[in-house]
Design a protein around this ligand. Structure first.
Ligand code: NDP
Length: 247
């Protein structure tokens, strides 16, 4: 896959899908800015493993709910590389419970982390990318952003909002040569889904035509395609990576 840009910021890249996205994008020759919030040992290990394979990586710490910290991190990237070519808004949380037990703060916390933070990163990236009239952003939404899910009123609202927001950014970015797309993973084997009981995992697997949870690499390769020059005529699209669970 060919990439005309040179660097990428991946939020929430300390583990799970974000870690795999960072690894795959480095394999395609991009310098990867690995964002983390909590544990620097995880991201230092990832940076080392990318560099050992001949790739280029840097670690950038910020909490995505902190707008000033996002702006500061983007400043560091521009000061270092002179540009920001690609962004993957991957960081996200769940806080599942039935709606009748969900406190308003629990709804807002998930919206703040998954949607508002991605908005801030998209807006600030659009400003920076506009200067070079080049850029591509992928937002990691979810299958439940389209289908809804019992126990995930907050999470599905955040992910559905992300799909619509991505299309609106795509319309605003198009005349400046900047593309925005979403990827909607189904059930992917990470710490996020590890929390599910074996019984729940089994019942979901039965509903997946390909009869398995996805791997982080399944999502990462789809992200790489959307960022790359191969997808240069694709914007505002939602790419489902769900083993056929929702068509
Ligand atoms: P994990 O829980 O394994 O990892 C989440 C990542 O997000 C971690 O790196 C975490 O960092 C980071 N993060 C969370 N909150 C913040 C914050 N405030 N600031 C900075 N980083 C933060 O999740 P997955 O890898 O499974 O999920 C990645 C994305 O994919 C999420 O957006 C998720 O909603 C989406 N997704 C996942 C699916 C799945 O089945 N796994 C299905 C559909 C979508 P830290 O280690 O510091 O907490």
């Amino acid at each position: 896959m060919k990439f005309s840009g040179k660097n990428v910021l991946v939020t929430g890249a300390s583990r799970g899908i974000g870690k795999k996205i960072a690894t795959v994008l480095s394999k395609y020759g991009l310098k990867v800015w690995i964002n983390y919030r909590n544990d620097p040992t995880l991201t230092d290990e990832l940076k080392d493993s990318i560099e050992k394979k001949g790739g280029s990586a840097a670690v950038v710490k910020f909490d995505i709910t902190d707008e000033d910290a996002i702006k500061e991190a983007l400043k560091v990237i521009i000061e270092s590389d002179g540009e920001l070519s690609y962004v993957v808004n991957n960081a996200g949380i769940t806080l599942d419970k039935l709606s009748i037990r969900m406190k308003t703060q629990e709804f807002e916390k998930v919206l703040q982390t998954n949607l508002t933070s991605a908005f801030v990163v998209c807006r600030e990236s659009l400003k920076l990318m506009s200067k070079k009239r080049f850029g591509s952003v992928v937002n990691i939404s979810s299958i439940v952003g389209e289908s809804g899910n019992a126990g995930q009123v907050n999470y599905s609202a955040s992910k559905g909002g992300m799909i619509a927001m991505t299309k609106s950014f795509a319309l605003e970015g198009a005349s400046r040569g900047i593309r925005f797309n979403s990827v909607t993973p189904g059930f992917i084997a990470t710490e996020m889904t590890d929390k599910l009981s074996d019984e729940v995992k089994k019942s979901y697997t039965e509903k997946i035509p390909l009869k398995r949870f996805g791997e982080p690499s399944d999502v990462a390769e789809a992200v790489a395609f959307l960022l790359s020059d191969s997808a240069s005529y694709i914007t505002g699209e939602t790419l489902r990576v769900n083993g056929g669970m929702l068509m």
